[in-house]
Ligand binder design. Structure first.
Ligand SMILES: [Zn+2]
Ligand SMILES: [Zn+2]
Length: 169
């Protein structure tokens, strides 16, 4: 078991594109939809003040993908269903929200060439569970210093990004 893990850990080419999972998501009303190809770069509960205020939520499940893994899947022209929104001091980060229901569905970071989506908006099965949860589920709580609520789970709690900041829980 250990030998297998070591042998595959540094060989990403084993993950042929055909074996990678596709996840669907979108806004509440369904006018804006996207698909992403797993696995994500990062999946974490974010407690930063920006996520809290933009989403009116104590924390959100933020999932990041490389730009090449993200595409809109609603009818073109894609922009006609959405409004862009960029925070003035971070113009390289554009959030897209549905013109109809107002949900913020995805954020494009052109500096890092990646997209962020919100895990809660991924497609569900008939029981209401997110499809493919094992691959997209969070691995940490990030920006936990500014939390509005304590979370008693087994995931690491970090002051910034996982493994790039101080672990405080
Ligand atoms: Zn909508
Ligand atoms: Zn955040």
């Amino acid at each position: 078991m250990d030998e297998t893990a070591t042998a595959t850990s540094n060989s990403n080419e084993i993950d042929a594109p055909t074996s990678r999972k596709i996840y669907k998501g979108g806004c509440f009303c369904g006018n804006v939809t996207y698909q992403v190809i797993g696995p994500p770069i990062l999946s974490a509960y974010c407690h930063c003040t920006l996520c809290q205020r933009v989403n009116a939520s104590p924390f959100i499940l933020s999932v990041h993908f490389p730009a090449a893994s993200f595409s809109w899947s609603h009818a073109a022209p894609h922009e006609s269903n959405m409004d862009p929104y960029a925070i003035h001091h971070k113009p390289w980060k554009v959030r897209w929200r549905c013109k109809n229901c107002g949900s913020v569905v995805a954020s494009n970071n052109t500096k890092l060439d990646k997209w962020s989506i919100w895990g809660a908006q991924l497609e569900r099965d008939s029981a209401g569970r997110i499809i493919g949860w094992d691959e997209v589920k969070p691995t940490a709580h990030i920006f936990y210093d500014t939390r509005l609520v304590d979370v008693a789970d087994d995931l690491g709690k970090w002051t910034g990004y996982e493994n790039e900041s101080e672990r405080i829980g």
